[in-house]
Design a protein around this ligand. Structure first.
Ligand code: CP3
Length: 317
């Protein structure tokens, strides 16, 4: 999950003096940062250190990550002309990603690596808004006001993000996770008509590679069945919806991923432990359950709490 490594002192030390996106494009550094939480916590899989906006940057669009805020563009993409001017992604530009994944997989041995990408809607929201936004009003207005530009924009996003995910899986990642972090702002009708087809298109780039696919968003309790229907093996669930209820909504043929409440990472251990027991119990309603947090690790999390969660789960699951 985003920022999984950010609570680690060894991560902060490595990142000193290096811009976030530059770190992602340095294969040795990206690989080492990916391995840090795996080594420290003994988790069952690593998630590749990168960012959903990397393929946007690699296409030549001027995007940067501002600490404490997120991806920012000085020149947002809002008109038909802006969308027409979006440059294609040269497949050769993905070389540092392929190299970082290959280096990482070689060192992980039997531990699988999860590759990931941003879903077209979440990427488009950063491009249109010019930065993080709570309700993505400009993005959702564009969706309804100018369907042709919307289609062109989401098709471009699907192409670059699908290529980014394919590069990771081809280089050795064992699973792919599509993050539609902000899809929870959408009605089910808008999601189904104007967003899901482009997420399907993005995943079409990796279907033949035959690895398990996971689909996650925040606040997407109402969308879970539609998110399943883009063609994935697992849905990620945030902390708002109990996993047994999520299983009721998506049916028996889907794996669930989730959903420790990040807020409880700072609660006294007995409170957190009771929560873990509850999450594990509810997860048993599914055919399989991948335990993780319901969203990212807050940067000020005590890393020893994360290690203790892994130890507890390995002992009790
Ligand atoms: O946790 C990991 O290191 C795994 C790799 C990962 C990152 N970003 C690294 C990162 C993953 C899977 C992401 C995905 C991502 N990036 C998403 C989807 C998942 C989610 O959390 O909903 C989104 C929406 C982004 C965009 C983004 N990048 C945001 C909102 C931020 C946070 C900005 C902040 O400082 O609050 C980033 C930066 C980012 N991406 C960091 C990391 C480790 C923090 C960089 C730092 O300050 O050290």
């Amino acid at each position: 999950m985003r920022q999984a490594g950010r609570s680690l002192p060894e991560y902060r030390e490595l990142r000193v003096g290096t811009d976030m996106l530059d770190a992602c494009l340095n294969p040795e550094l990206a690989s080492e940062i990916t391995l840090q939480p795996v080594r420290r916590h003994g988790v069952d899989a690593g998630i590749f250190f990168s960012d959903i906006v990397i393929p946007v940057r690699l296409s030549g669009v001027d995007v940067r990550i501002v600490a404490g805020r997120g991806p920012v563009l000085d020149d947002p993409v809002r008109t038909a002309a802006d969308v027409a001017a979006l440059p294609p992604l040269d497949p050769a530009a993905l070389a540092p990603i392929r190299e970082a994944v290959a280096l990482t997989v070689a060192q992980l041995g039997a531990t699988p690596l999860i590759g990931f990408a941003g879903a077209p809607y979440t990427l488009a929201s950063y491009l249109v808004e010019g930065g993080p936004s709570k309700e993505q009003l400009k993005t959702r207005a564009l969706m309804h006001s100018d369907p042709e530009t919307w289609t062109a924009l989401l098709t471009w996003c699907a192409g670059i993000t699908g290529a980014f995910l394919a590069a990771q899986i081809e280089a050795g990642a064992s699973a792919g996770q599509l993050f539609d972090s902000w899809a929870g702002s959408l009605s089910l009708a808008d999601y189904t008509a104007h967003v899901a087809p482009f997420s399907t298109l993005a995943l079409d780039a990796v279907r033949e590679l035959d690895v398990p696919l996971i689909h996650f968003g925040v606040g997407t309790g109402e969308l879970l069945a539609a998110m399943r229907d883009v063609g994935v093996d697992a849905v990620g669930v945030d902390w708002r919806l109990p996993l047994d209820e999520a299983v009721r909504r998506v049916g028996p043929d889907v794996t669930v991923q989730g959903n420790i409440d990040p807020a409880l990472l700072r609660a006294p251990w007995p409170v957190l432990e009771a929560h873990l027991v509850d999450v594990l119990r509810r997860g048993q309603a599914a055919r399989a359950h991948v335990l993780n947090l319901g969203h990212g690790v807050p940067p000020d999390t005590d890393p020893t709490v994360l290690t203790r969660i892994v130890e507890f789960v390995h002992a009790h699951a």
